[in-house]
Design a protein around this ligand. Structure first.
Ligand code: DX5
Ligand code: ZN
Length: 276
């Protein structure tokens, strides 16, 4: 499956919102990500339903709505009225998460649960079969353009394992600090969908940039598949490949990485992706 890219309009130019939404419509992005903040659950306020009504009217892409608010269940009818495809609520904001997930599904939307950087994946054990998607925050929610939290890659790997163990069909989405390099590693770890704010709207030509991201991230996906095949054929090569990957992740300079491309265990185009 090709990784899904969901541009976050939090990074759009609010003075020309219609123009930016039209740009997303013309692009190969699959979803539009919408961040709603209340100044209570997170220390910022973004936009409310009167503005989003127009965003929804203009957007031709499915809306992936991310509620960073307390009591998100109160707004199920409003989110539904936008015609949202997915409604993401925070684990930390829902003491009765199972009920909220059912309510979202009953309202005709896809329910998703979001976890903050300090919330462990293991806490999703009893809800993973009930959700359409899990959204892993790779920054502390509240602002666009923050630095990616490294630990998020391991969380994606852990979540992928939980999904496989439980037979859940949940998708994995990641939000915050996603770019060419972090995106490739997240997809390699098992992410299906990536939110991109600054990476898309900060680009000179977002329409041209979006397929480039997807193309580079997809290489991470191919490595996952390649690894699985090879693990069956030759466990030693599989083991070496794992060690090699861990080494690359620890390396900071391009020169260091260059020295290891000769081993031939990894696709050099992926190493290139890591460097970009
Ligand atoms: C952060 C929001 C994100 C944000 C991502 O609270 O949930 O969706 O827009 O922005 P970037 O991709 O710039 O980190
Ligand atoms: Zn978001």
């Amino acid at each position: 499956m090709k990784p899904i890219i969901a541009p976050s309009i939090l990074s759009a130019d609010f003075g020309y919102l219609a123009k930016d939404i039209e740009m997303v419509n013309r692009s190969e992005a699959e979803w539009v990500h919408i961040d709603i903040m209340d100044g209570v659950f997170v220390p910022n306020i973004s936009f409310g339903f009167p503005v989003l009504k127009y965003v929804a009217k203009l957007s031709k892409k499915p809306l992936d709505v991310h509620l960073m608010i307390v009591n998100p269940e109160k707004f199920i009818p409003e989110v539904k009225a936008l015609g949202a495809h997915t409604m993401n609520v925070h684990y930390e904001a829902c003491p009765h998460l199972h009920r909220v997930i059912q309510q979202i599904r009953e309202a005709g939307m896809q329910p998703a649960v979001t976890i903050n950087p300090a919330t462990p994946v293991a806490l999703l054990q009893d809800i993973i079969r009930d959700v359409y998607m899990v959204l892993i925050m790779s920054v502390n929610p509240g602002f666009g353009g923050q630095k990616f939290i490294e630990h998020s890659v391991e969380k994606v790997r852990e979540l992928r394992a939980l999904i496989e163990r439980t037979g859940s069909k949940a998708l994995i989405e990641v939000d915050g600090g996603v770019n060419m390099e972090t995106g490739a590693r997240l997809v390699e770890a098992g992410a299906d969908a990536l939110v991109a704010g600054n990476a898309v709207f900060g680009a000179q030509d977002p329409v041209e940039m979006i397929p480039k991201y997807v193309h580079e991230w997809e290489k991470g996906y191919k490595i996952v598949i390649g690894r699985k095949t090879e693990s069956k054929e030759n466990p030693f090569v599989y083991f070496l490949r794992g060690c090699y990957y861990k080494l690359i992740k620890k390396m900071s300079s391009c020169e260091q990485i260059e020295q290891f491309t000769g081993f031939g265990l990894y696709d050099s185009s992926f190493v290139q992706t890591m460097r970009d």
